[in-house]
Design a protein around this ligand. Structure first.
Ligand code: PLP
Length: 401
């Protein structure tokens, strides 16, 4: 991380920045299809909203919570994960630390684990924030590539090749942002074996999109194949995606009790515990109603994914399509479309291409650069179906011109 003018040099998160660019364009009268969003177009569950209202009546809702978060909620998250994974995380060995969004949970974890010179393996395409957080900790991101034809899933063999004496951590994000797929049970089994062989490695399992699986449900995670791996695993999750509540800022880390103590101490110095009101409301909210809440959300994402599949078929390029299964994104390999021949420069042109696409079609995409992949772009499947259809028609007419 370079310094400029004596200050730390770091860019604003690109997705948030792009959203404001798109808003400005729309405000100036252009028809814009914003496919950059990292959030759902739904309000959180009504029962959660009314629980927030009820909790407003209590003085304690406006006061500090314990640094790791309210105990009852920590236990509730532990219980939920245990149930979802058929584990018993609520034992004496593990703990849950609640933070202001899972982004903060990730930062606390990396700050606690990494020292300058350590290497961290990232599987491309990856959420660009990981890269920045690793650098902020003075560590070095090491990238393992993947491609469209394996649904953007890096192979375990390729990961193994990148492990050195300096490797401290591997980050696995399944379901994946930006690919919109989760890794197969076979992949997870091989990955568990790899971690077993490398007993000095830690693994972050970022599961924030896990609640949104609309195809091939109920995937397994590596630590379910070998429960001993949980001692070296940090599970990251939160309410942003699966409760449609990005703005409420609640995320959490589940890890060994020893590491949880360090995350708590760090958090106590940086921000204290997150918003007590929202934590209290989450204690009142019945997590068992979540599946029902998510039915229309999943239907809407699935409908957008089908529109996309049909567009590939209509242009006879289905061989360049892959089936998304989870989360709410699709990752376009721009180099596979006819229009790409017009860009006869070498290197990563995704930012320039996304700018051209926005200008010519009004469709806003996030350049692949942010996800560690050249000449790609991420699109969100979260806008209303008819608007999405219109956006895809305009986009594909341009891409196949
Ligand atoms: N992890 C991944 C893979 C994400 O895509 C995001 C947000 O887009 C986060 C973590 C952070 O989520 P939040 O801080 O809102 O909980």
């Amino acid at each position: 991380m370079k310094e400029a003018h004596g200050f730390l040099s770091i860019e604003e998160s690109i997705t948030l920045h792009l959203n404001s660019k798109v808003k400005k364009l729309a405000q100036s009268g252009h028809k814009v299809f914003n496919l950059t969003s990292g959030q759902l177009n739904f309000r959180p569950p009504l029962d959660l909203i009314s629980a927030i209202g009820k909790e407003l009546n209590f003085l304690k809702s406006f006061q500090y919570a314990p640094n790791a978060g309210l105990e009852e909620l920590r236990e509730k998250f532990l219980l939920k994960k245990s149930k979802d994974r058929s584990l018993s995380l609520e034992s004496t060995s593990y703990d849950c630390v609640i933070s202001n969004g899972s982004k903060q949970s990730l930062f606390l974890t990396m700050k606690a684990l990494l020292k300058p010179g350590d290497e961290v393996i990232l599987l491309a395409p990856f959420w660009g924030t990981y890269f920045k957080l690793i650098e902020l900790c003075g560590a070095k991101p090491i990238i393992v590539d993947s491609h469209l034809y394996n649904s953007f899933t890096a192979s375990v063999e390729d990961i193994e090749e990148k492990i050195t004496k300096k490797t401290k951590l591997i980050i696995v994000n399944s379901p994946n942002n930006p690919a919109g797929v989760h890794y197969s049970d076979d992949w997870m089994k091989s990955f568990a074996f790899l971690l077993e062989k490398n007993s000095n490695l830690y693994c972050i399992s970022d599961e924030v999109y896990e609640g949104i699986i609309y195809f091939d449900p109920d995937p397994k995670y590596f630590y379910q194949f070998n429960k001993n791996l949980l001692k070296r695993t940090i599970i990251i999750d939160g309410i942003s995606k699966s409760f449609a509540a990005t703005g409420l800022r609640i995320g959490y880390a589940i890890c060994s009790k020893e590491l949880a103590q360090i995350l708590t101490a760090l958090q106590s110095q940086i921000s204290s515990a997150p918003n007590t009101l929202i934590q209290s409301a989450l204690i009142q909210y019945d997590f068992n109603t979540l599946e029902e809440f998510k039915v229309p959300i999943k239907n809407s994402i699935r409908a957008c994914a089908s529109i996309l599949r049909d567009a590939y078929a209509q242009y006879n390029i289905s061989h360049n399509w892959y089936q998304t299964t989870s989360g709410f994104y699709y990752f376009l390999d721009l180099s596979k479309f006819s229009f790409f021949a017009r860009y006869n420069k070498k290197g990563d042109l995704s930012t320039q291409i996304c700018d051209d696409i926005l200008e010519k079609t009004g469709v806003a995409l996030v350049p692949g650069t942010f996800f560690g992949k050249s000449n790609c772009a991420r699109m969100s499947l979260t806008i209303e179906e008819e608007a999405f259809r219109e956006a895809i028609e305009l986009l594909f007419r341009f891409l196949e011109s």
